[in-house]
Design a protein around this ligand. Structure first.
Ligand code: NDP
Length: 493
């Protein structure tokens, strides 16, 4: 890690107890600049290892993380308050992503020949995806391993060095991830961490040595980060918040849908960007669904199945949404009294008007709204009437119907008859539309996000009588070209 220039520090706390679990330097702009400068030769060295060399190192890193999974989970637990099981689950998912990125980088990004077309018969066309240099990764606290790893592993597999700024709530997790990386790659600072508050992230975004910023966090902060990146025309991938809907169609397995809705909404205290926040249930199955949902929800308690709200200021947002929801809707599980900081017990409110902040804004807590709709079309319309468009869920036994609804959902990802399942499939790209951001992590698109397409056209032999990119070109060559293009492209239906 880079030293700070003024030795300021901040504490990381256990959100359940307020106990200090770590003290970390506040890296200022000069320290961030030094880290980015140090990463330039590291990036060159790392890129020089080639796909095979990087794959070997990344698979070793994967093994190191796997072997130290308990220590990493303990750090996640200490800084976020989530139960050990949930910490282990997010690390397991992160491990599968390191593995996928390492194994697929060459196939996705390596040089390949593409067709040069009829007019370019004498050319050899090559496409490849070299790295960008140094990628700055700014991450949130809710899944402090899984979420940034979607950028870190893919950026490094693509051949970039990374400078990671973890959330100020989970700096210890970021530091440990980088420390473990050093066991696999001790030679160069390919994976560095800078810790601190928002200003440290701002300095990273504004650094001219950064090839791309991978930002995960709120929509409001993404706009600030983009503004900082604009100074240097630094591109950005923005993974922001969501207001994901779950649709229960008339033919759904109601018990499975209720189980998924509850877990998708309440696990991790609802602090999941792709968590379920709105549920739309078709009239025909509304009562049985609600019976299944409420009976299950009554057995779930904060502090038992899930932990505290990690970020203290989020409590105010959750309280405001719950108050607004119960004022105009009907609480069926919990209510205002469920908010008992730092914990929030499950809250389920039905019949909340669609213009309520509880339906429109990201709650990021264990509170959901449920609405009865005439049919799946009405559900889809309501689901799509959101500024956000991250993920979503459809429950229906009719595969065609479910797939059709999933396709028409205005989101980057949709799970069918399961919840959040797309996040665990490394080959599937992850990201949203609208206020949920743009660009993708995970999968082939996630690898390409951290590389630049490089096109090379090599002339293999001159085309006799067709030297069209020359001042020596004559009228006869032009006529031949027009005849050729008419043969190739001139036929109408
Ligand atoms: P924030 O937007 O508050 O913070 C995200 C990161 O940005 C943190 O590391 C933060 O640092 C940093 N930051 C804050 N201000 C600046 C700035 N001006 N310039 C650069 N960086 C800055 O989000 P949260 O940490 O509260 O995360 C929750 C949000 O993340 C939710 O909206 C959630 O939906 C979204 N999210 C999206 C995911 C996705 O993949 N689409 C996945 C997970 C979460 P610091 O913490 O030190 O202030």
């Amino acid at each position: 890690m880079t030293a700070t220039t003024d030795n300021r520090t901040f504490d990381s706390l256990d959100p359940a107890t307020g106990e200090v679990v770590g003290t970390h330097p506040i890296h200022d702009a000069a320290a961030v600049r030094a880290a980015v400068a140090a990463s330039a030769p590291a990036a060159e060295w790392w890129a020089g290892l080639g796909f095979a060399g990087r794959k070997e190192r990344l698979l070793d890193y994967k093994a190191v993380v796997t072997r130290d999974i308990r220590r990493l989970a303990a750090t996640v637990r200490a800084e976020t308050g989530k139960p050990e099981g949930d910490a282990l689950l997010e690390i397991v998912l992160a491990i599968t992503h390191i593995d996928w990125a390492a194994r697929h980088a060459r196939r996705v990004l390596g040089p390949r020949r593409v067709s040069s077309g009829m007019l370019g018969l004498n050319l050899a066309a090559t496409l490849e995806y070299p790295p960008l240099g140094t990628v700055g990764v700014i991450g949130p606290w809710n899944y402090p391993v899984f979420t940034p790893m979607g950028s870190l592993a893919y950026a490094m597999a693509a051949g970039n060095a990374v400078v990671f700024k973890p959330s100020e709530l989970t700096p210890g997790v970021g530091v440990l991830l980088a420390e473990l990386f050093k066991e696999s790659v001790p030679e160069q600072p390919v994976f560095q961490v800078v810790t601190g508050l928002g200003e440290t992230g701002a300095a990273l975004a504004a650094d001219p040595g950064i090839g791309k910023i991978a930002f995960t966090g709120s929509t409001a902060t993404a706009k600030r980060v983009m503004a900082a990146c604009a100074q240097n025309l630094t591109p950005i991938v923005a993974e922001c918040g969501g207001k994901d809907a779950l649709i229960v169609d008339a033919d759904a397995d109601v018990a499975a849908a209720a189980d998924a809705a509850l877990w998708g909404a309440m696990s991790n205290a609802g602090q999941t960007c792709v968590g379920v926040e709105r549920v739309y249930v078709v009239d025909a199955v509304y009562e049985p669904f609600m019976r299944e949902l409420t009976s299950r929800a009554e057995k779930v308690k904060a502090g038992e199945q899930y932990g505290p709200v990690t970020m203290p200021s989020q409590i105010d947002v959750i309280r405001r949404h719950v108050e607004a929801a119960v004022e105009r809707g009907r609480a069926v599980v919990g209510g205002k009294e469920s908010v008992r900081p730092p914990f929030v017990d499950p809250v389920i409110v039905e019949d909340v008007p669609e213009d309520s902040p509880a339906v429109r804004e990201e709650t990021f807590g264990p509170a959901i709204t449920v609405r009865r709709v005439a049919d799946a079309e009405e559900a889809l319309k309501a689901a799509n009437a959101s500024a956000y468009g991250l993920g979503g869920t459809v429950f229906s036994r009719d595969r065609r119907r479910a797939m059709d609804l999933a396709r028409r959902m205005r989101t980057g990802m949709t799970a069918v008859n399961s919840v959040i399942s797309f996040a665990g499939v490394p080959a599937l790209p992850f990201g949203g539309v609208g206020d949920s951001g743009f660009g993708r992590i995970h999968g082939a698109d996630g690898l390409r996000e951290f590389a630049r397409p490089k096109a090379i056209s090599r002339q293999r032999f001159p085309l006799p009588g067709m030297n069209i990119t020359s001042f020596g070109r004559g009228q006869a060559e032009l006529e031949r070209l027009v005849r050729l293009v008419t043969v190739l492209h001139g036929r109408r239906r």
